[in-house]
Design a protein around this ligand. Structure first.
Ligand SMILES: [Zn+2]
Length: 448
């Protein structure tokens, strides 16, 4: 048992959020066992200044895309041109280089206020598509990287069989592939037991992903629907680009969401990433299934994807989560407000998502997307003790109401991060790994 004393914290007041002063948390086995507001600290308490929020959940990440930050903006081009640059970076990954890079990226997430990440992982094999001599070499490298950074990891092992509908994987995609859906299911089962043997399931767990309806043919979707274990979260990139919808309609006569529905893959365990270009029927399908939609607003803006119908999806019954995807920025606060800014720009209306809804999207919205536990939007007895303290007196936040920090704070205002009751980062420095900027600079030297 240990204690954490918060100078102030966002707490539940009959279902609404309110800021209380002097909030003391008892922590047992990494979870909050008691919350008392309006009390002084006890002598052995960990003290957190500022305003304490739950730590955020990053529901969509490709750690290696961090290589591309600030390096793809000369010239024009679209998503598909950017993808060529991304493939060049993927080609350079080895398990050793990826472990070092991912530890740095995960450390950047931790100091920014994230306590968990769903890593959408498809760089499985050697560049020629042959397996590494060590089974699951890439996947274990990512798991060790997450362990080093102290972030909770849902490792989404991804099925990626085709370069497009009706076309095989290209040579640069060879390392993403598996022989077929059954081979992937076998590899996934083996990975799951290997990870369970080495890691605490509250810290590192395995989930599943389908790259997209471009990358997974119709027959393979059927196999997955029949055989994927029901207790695994399942993610897919959905309708990120109009070209994907066009190809899917041309080949199957339905939209990507319609195709998933046809195979019985729309359910609460599904996380549809992006969901940018949807029909009204798609919105109803995802909503009535209670699926999670993972919006990645900074990436969608960066890649000129478009603005997905987040409000309509939420109104239809979908849960909204947030991800930093290609890591153009790693900042939960920026992601929250960029979601709402997209809605405002698209609709001409303010207040499409309330600040409290944005905070939920950054936290408990990802609960069904993750195989590891999530901190709810308001401190709660029984929940994991994953917290971030935010400075209320920075140049950005001074004068802001804490409930409205989604519109003023940035990751630079995160002063302390606690995961499972342990202090892991303070003022942008990771307590075990040091400055993420230095780690990133070192790791990125190894890539061209
Ligand atoms: Zn993605």
């Amino acid at each position: 048992m240990s204690g954490i004393w918060c100078q102030s914290a966002l707490i539940d007041a009959d279902g609404a959020s309110t800021t209380a002063s002097g909030v003391r948390l008892e922590v047992q086995d990494g979870r909050i066992s008691e919350i008392i507001a309006g009390v002084p600290p006890q002598t052995s308490d960990q003290l957190l200044n500022g305003v304490v929020f739950p730590a955020a959940a990053n529901a969509h990440s490709h750690a290696f895309h961090r290589i591309l930050r600030g390096r793809t903006h000369d010239g024009r081009g679209d998503f598909w041109v950017w993808r060529e640059q991304m493939y060049r970076s993927a080609a350079e990954l080895t398990p050793e280089k990826y472990e070092k890079l991912a530890a740095a990226v995960f450390a950047e997430m931790v100091v920014s206020g994230f306590s968990s990440v769903a890593e959408f992982h498809y760089v499985h094999h050697r560049p020629d598509g042959q397996p590494y001599a060590e089974a699951h070499a890439m996947e274990l490298a990512l798991a060790r990287a997450a362990r080093a950074a102290g972030i909770r990891l849902t490792l989404l092992d991804t099925l990626y069989l085709a370069g497009g509908i009706g076309s095989p994987l290209s040579p640069e995609q060879a390392r993403f592939g598996d022989a077929d859906a059954q081979a992937w299911l076998d590899r996934l089962a083996s990975l799951r037991s290997e990870i369970a043997r080495h890691f605490d399931p509250d810290v590192i767990s395995v989930g599943a992903a389908l790259h997209s309806v471009r990358g997974v043919p119709d027959g393979a979707l059927k196999t997955v629907s029949e055989k994927l274990p029901h207790d695994m979260p399942l993610h897919i990139h959905l309708s990120e680009q109009p070209a994907e919808n066009k190809a899917c309609l041309g080949a199957y006569g339905v939209t990507p969401a319609g195709l998933l529905s046809r195979h019985g893959l729309l359910s609460r365990r599904l996380s549809a990433v992006h969901s940018t270009h949807l029909t009204s029927e798609d919105i109803q399908l995802l909503g009535s299934a209670g699926a999670t939609v993972v919006m990645c607003p900074s990436t969608e803006a960066d890649l000129a994807d478009g603005i997905g119908p987040a409000r309509a999806l939420s109104d239809a019954g979908a849960k909204i989560a947030l991800g930093t995807d290609q890591h153009a920025v790693i900042d939960p606060w920026v992601e929250m407000r960029t979601l709402e800014h997209g809605e405002r720009l698209g609709s001409g209306q303010r207040g499409r998502f309330s600040p409290q809804e944005l905070l939920r999207a950054a936290t408990e919205g990802a609960a069904d997307s993750m195989a590891t536990p999530i901190a709810p939007a308001l401190l709660q007895v029984g929940a994991v003790c994953d917290l971030m303290a935010v400075a209320p007196d920075s140049v950005r936040t001074a004068g802001s109401m804490p409930q409205q920090f989604p519109f003023s704070a940035t990751a630079s205002d995160v002063t302390d991060v606690i995961i499972a009751g342990e202090l892991v980062a303070s003022n942008g420095v990771h307590r075990r790994l040091g400055q993420p900027g230095h780690l990133l600079a070192e790791a990125l030297k190894e890539f061209s």
